[in-house]
Design a protein around this ligand. Sequence first.
Ligand code: NDP
Ligand code: MG
Length: 397
Amino acid sequence: MSDFTFPSSETPRGLAVLGATGSIGTQTLEVVRLFPDRFDVRALTCDGNVELLAEQVREFRPEMVAVGAQERADEFRTLLPNVDVEVSVGQDGLCAAATRSDVDVVMAAVVGFAGLVPVLEALRAENTVALANKETMVVGGTLVNDVLDHHDAHLLPVDSEHSAIFQCLAGESERTVENLILTASGGPFRTRDANTFDDITVEEALDHPNWSMGAKITIDSATMMNKGLEVIEAQRLFDVDVEQIQVLVHPQSIVHSMVAFADGAVKAELGVPDMKVPIQYALSYPARWPAPHERLDWAELTRLDFERPDTGKFPCLRLAYDALDAGGTAPAILNAANEAAVGLFLNEQISFLGIPRLIEQTLGRMSVVESPALDDLVAADEEARRRVEERAAAPSN
Ligand code: NDP
Ligand code: MG
């Protein structure tokens, strides 16, 4: 990630928010509300929640919106019959929003594999991408890095751990980095007896102790797949060896991540767990804008705990390391199997332990394509999803 400057602070930044109706999307718009003169919202997208999208359009007056399907577009039109806004559909719509020439920054906050192509297209159009959608780097990190190498485009991390590392690296030479230390809350089941994991309900898994997030990432946090995806994301973003990435469980989520340097010094970024802070940093970079986000009360902070993750209890973390090690399409298979398995768990079709089981089976049965092109990633994604669905439907499961 190279240094660069945005247009001068007087020029409002043209903004596209992909996934505007989600947890990151709505918090992005909260940041925009704090700085109404510094942003022009040009494009907003959602999948199906057109009611909320219509409210956002009334408030932010973008030039265009994109929605998941034609019926949703028709529904959106009936909600706002007299508002002059272009409506696009599907992946083409997301890409149209991401590549607009009046957009400076694209907040990539779609969940899952669906976010990959719009991010690649945004970068090819030389728009800056603020990346929340970690699955993009997991599945297509090598393609993203290739586009970054050949275009005058920039990628800024939004995921809190990666934003913390990015902030710790400011002003440092890459050569002096010894380790990246990713912190993990450990999720709601850190202290729960592993013998009861098969009884975990959807409601219990959705009850994250520190962060309020979309359903998919909340389940990923409960299985610790989220940390596994973040290890892969960090490797792709910061170009370090996997051995240099360490995961530490830190239940308070105050230390958002750390960088250890060659001279023994360690830098950390700390704060109240609030995604608006890394969202704002990505949108204001390289500046820091004064904002009223909640402050840490240091005197109330009696302790910060750290422990090694338990990969026996949380096998998803180990599976992610295995996929990173295998390379090629393996992270795409891991990601797709996980997305499919999490979907089945949320629909109460498989148990909590079914998630790592189905991912491991899928990874074990599919061959890996080395140096994949986009078509290979799409094919691996489709096949992994299909295998998970079939396996889950099989009588033995
Ligand atoms: P949400 O589920 O809350 O929101 C997802 C957004 O994407 C919604 O606007 C949704 O539209 C839209 N969307 C869903 N599926 C599709 C699709 N197939 N095509 C187009 N749009 C789609 O997710 P989060 O905001 O929690 O997460 C977004 C991304 O950010 C994820 O990759 C997550 O891992 C990452 N992230 C999230 C954090 C958080 O605190 N939430 C923290 C760090 C990273 P609709 O509302 O209409 O369904
Ligand atoms: Mg994170």
